[in-house]
Design a protein around this ligand. Structure first.
Ligand SMILES: [Zn+2]
Length: 375
């Protein structure tokens, strides 16, 4: 009983001391020194939260006159619950990252919603909303290779942190991202689509040539494995403070109706995440000092009839997901009964982890996601 009085006193003193520190105003309080942004083009909430979708599988096997239940895909990925199914596709993401290190918003079955603010629901408007913090439906209305008319958060971070161009790097599978990630050409390191990547390592130089020999069905999107390998090599050699990894295959295989390849791309992405996480945690500049935000440019149709599609006429394509791993956020697992968040909040949220105020660049951008900073 005697112990109570002093411990209460100490607790009260600590509370007073904490209250005296202005909220969000101390760089010393935050552990984040580096940011990694990862996007999986058009990866649906259905697979992320529920793994293989039986209705979609049935619709894609109908023509082959086989029962969905007899397919190798079913045998590989089916399980009774959504939790078990998603872990079969992305075992590291669910079994390690979301369990022990981070949280994910967007499972509407648990009353968590993430939405686009742009009405187009295709790639350029989505990536631009992520990277500039604002949708501009009247100006950004196509996927054409046009220079982003607005400065991006990557450029803002480079300027505010006083970084060299190789310390802010974007690697993407879709070539148009070269045009979206920066307003001022050449301000950051950017490598996207079938583009050579010059690196001191002979292995990486060999991979850079191989990307042109292992073509995809799409002229504008290279295999994600090259994008990942180049990003990883850049990380190991140049130690960027800000890294953006834009993976693309999940969208293109879906457009082609190749459900097997969509699941395969998600599974490979899961192994990339494992490799990236282990690399970050093995290096002093990154270990427990890196915030990783994962999301998508847009959702897509939720039924067997429209899962391959997205765009302004596909209502469900406005719903997306967002995952965050950060030494400065205590949230774990799936968000439940949480406030709706928006794609235009991502830019300001990234800045907030470095105690920077994105309103300096764009006063109209969405605000930082408050829920992430509650402890
Ligand atoms: Zn698409």
């Amino acid at each position: 009983m005697n112990m109570n009085a002093p411990s209460k006193f100490v607790a009260g003193f600590l509370l007073l001391a904490l209250a005296a520190v202005p909220a969000g105003n101390s760089a010393a309080q935050k552990k984040t020194a580096n940011l990694v942004l990862i996007t999986l083009d058009g990866a649906r909430n259905e697979e992320i939260f529920g793994g293989i979708d039986l209705e979609v599988l049935k619709s894609t096997t109908r023509n082959e006159r086989v029962r969905a239940e007899d397919t190798p895909l079913y045998k590989q990925y089916w399980a009774d619950t959504p939790q078990e199914r998603r872990e079969k596709v992305m075992p590291f993401f669910w079994g390690t990252l979301m369990k022990h290190h981070g949280s994910i918003a967007g499972n509407r079955a648990l009353e968590s919603t993430v939405r686009l603010t742009n009405k187009h629901r295709f790639s350029y408007p989505g990536y631009s909303e992520i990277l500039t913090g604002q949708s501009h439906d009247d100006v950004i209305d196509s996927n054409d290779k046009k220079r982003n008319p607005y400065p991006t958060v990557l450029e803002f971070l480079k300027r505010k942190l006083g970084l060299e161009a190789h310390k802010v790097a974007a690697f993407a599978s879709w070539d148009t991202l070269d045009w979206i990630v920066e307003h001022e050409e050449g301000s950051i390191t950017s490598n996207a689509g079938f583009e050579p990547y010059i690196h001191p390592s002979p292995v990486i130089r060999e991979l850079s040539s191989l990307q042109f020999e292992t073509v995809t069905p799409w002229d504008s999107v290279r295999n994600d494995v090259y994008t990942f390998r180049f990003a990883k090599a850049h990380l190991e050699t140049y130690k960027p403070r800000i890294l953006y990894l834009g993976l693309g295959e999940t969208d293109d295989w879906a457009h082609d109706g190749r459900y097997d390849r969509v699941l395969g791309a998600l599974a490979r992405t899961d192994s990339f995440l494992k490799e990236l996480w282990n690399l970050l945690q093995s290096q002093d500049p990154y270990r427990d000092k890196t915030t990783i935000l994962m999301t998508v440019d847009h959702g897509r149709g939720s039924t067997a009839a429209d899962w391959t599609k997205h765009g302004k006429d596909v209502e469900q394509a406005q719903y997306i997901w967002l995952a965050l791993l950060s030494p400065d956020s205590d949230l774990r697992g799936e968000w439940t009964k949480a406030p709706t968040i928006y794609q235009n909040q991502i830019a300001a949220t990234l800045c907030r982890f470095l105690d920077l105020d994105y309103r300096e660049q764009n006063p109209s951008a969405g605000e930082p996601i408050a829920h992430l900073f509650t402890r």
